[in-house]
Design a protein around this ligand. Structure first.
Ligand code: C2E
Ligand code: MG
Ligand code: MG
Length: 406
């Protein structure tokens, strides 16, 4: 049996009988460090003050002083790195929605337990569980990745992939989005979700963006020389925009490459809330004055929202894929998609739908008269060398599959 004796477990339930029952069940499974709480606030106080965070929390969704969802929000704020089990008498759909929310917050969800909790169900969840890396270990891993990233930037291990953006009405390939990949000598091709956040947190994002922009400009130049005029988009994180020199850097590199600024699109994502927008606003406004195109990425998620539209001079709005794929058959998604489209129209912005995964999504965009589309249905991100060949095959598909009205 796994040794659970030094695993720290926190129990939160307003029913004192449940607390006793769960404590007893956990003890029979070998857990020794168990702290029961009848109130969320008391549990949060312990989380805030104790040096050792729990490895596992069993949480009752219906608490009198704070509901479970709100509690999860506090866990996120306190950077909880352990696992979570939801305990509730709610119906399956509510539990599932709560579960999705927990996972969206990147907290490891072991599963949920329906009340009354049976010993078998609890044991079933816990036997396959291994303790996640503690926050200390996680910080150490981040630092390790940061070191590796720094070396990798120096060694030129990053490579740009490009994903086409096409006009919905004509099918014409209008541009590409640059998506960086790390060609790791051991792990193979590593996707940006694995390192962009760490690069942002450790100040390496500036160097990474320089490399990505440099290569994208060279590639853009090469395509132009070959007679292919494309808009090339690169992703810019809000952390890039907190440096006043960023506008000059982008403008100078672009001027050196001979590529016109209006064919460069800067896709801005704001994954965390910045309170002081003065510098980003200045950087973006200067870039706009120099005729770069500005795009608000993942619109409708995170902090990519109306307040940004109000404040920043964007030309393009990318509707997040969460509102695109499947929207044709989902009333709520469709309503959100269409209101975003109308909003962009009224602000004279071009709209890109991300995450177009199948023919139904594509047909829906045609009916909605969306401007541009991007997604696996059209093409996956690819190395630059494959683009010309892909354009030929896309033109064939347009005809053979009657993808546009002729
Ligand atoms: P993004 O800018 O929203 O890019 C779109 C992401 O969705 C890409 O993931 C792309 O491969 C993926 N995607 C495209 N079509 C579909 C589809 O039909 N279905 C689904 N499910 N996904 C699709 P990728 O390449 O893993 O990049 C993830 C994110 O990493 C990007 O999201 C962007 O925010 C960030 N990123 C990528 N490159 C850079 C970079 O050079 N700098 C910065 N700061 N961030 C970058
Ligand atoms: Mg993007
Ligand atoms: Mg996006």
């Amino acid at each position: 049996m796994v040794d659970n004796s030094n695993v720290k477990v926190m129990l939160i339930d307003d029913d004192s009988f449940m607390l006793k029952l769960l404590t007893r069940l956990l003890e029979t499974l070998g857990f020794k460090s168990i702290s029961p709480h009848a109130r969320c606030r008391a549990a949060l106080d312990v989380l805030a003050t104790s040096a050792a965070a729990p490895d596992l929390i069993l949480l009752d969704l219906n608490m009198p002083d704070m509901d479970g969802i709100e509690f999860v929000r506090h866990l996120v704020d306190s950077r909880y790195a352990g696992s979570l089990v939801l305990v509730s008498g709610e119906d399956e759909r509510t539990l599932q929605a709560a579960g999705r929310l927990v996972q969206a917050h990147k907290i490891e969800l072991l599963g949920h337990l329906q009340k009354p909790v049976s010993p078998e169900a609890l044991a079933g969840l816990l036997t396959t569980w291994t303790r996640p890396a503690s926050s200390g270990a996680r910080a150490a891993k981040d630092a390790y990745v940061a070191d590796a990233l720094r070396t990798a930037i120096g060694n030129g291990e990053f490579i740009n992939y490009y994903q086409p953006k096409v006009a919905v009405a004509s099918g014409r390939v209008v541009g590409v989005e640059t998506l960086v990949r790390w060609q790791h000598p051991v792990d193979g091709l590593v996707l940006p979700d694995q390192f962009v956040g760490i690069a942002e947190a450790t100040g390496l994002i500036e160097d990474l963006t320089r490399v990505v922009l440099h290569d994208a400009l060279e590639q853009s130049r090469a395509w132009r020389n070959a007679g292919l005029t494309l808009r090339v988009a690169i992703n810019v994180s809000m952390d890039n925009l907190t440096s006043l020199s960023f506008a000059d850097f982008v403008a100078n590199s672009t001027a050196e490459s001979g590529v016109p600024p209006f064919s460069i699109v800067l896709e801005v994502t704001e994954s965390r809330l910045l309170t002081d927008l003065r510098v980003p606003l200045e950087v973006l406004t200067r870039l706009r004055l120099k005729r770069f195109r500005l795009s608000i990425d993942d619109f409708g998620t995170g902090h990519s929202s109306l307040a940004q539209l109000r404040d920043m001079p964007f030309d393009e709005l990318k509707i997040d894929r969460g509102f695109v794929h499947g929207a044709h058959g989902h009333r709520t998604l469709r309503a959100i998609f269409e209101s975003n489209l109308n909003l962009a129209r009224q602000l004279d912005m071009e709209v890109v739908a991300e995450g177009v995964e199948d023919r139904e999504d594509w047909d829906f965009l045609q009916r909605a008269r969306c401007d541009l589309a991007q997604g696996y249905f059209i093409a996956r991100p690819m190395p630059a060398a494959e683009l010309v060949g892909w354009i030929e095959s896309w033109e064939t598909r347009l005809r053979e599959e009657s993808l546009v009205r002729s």
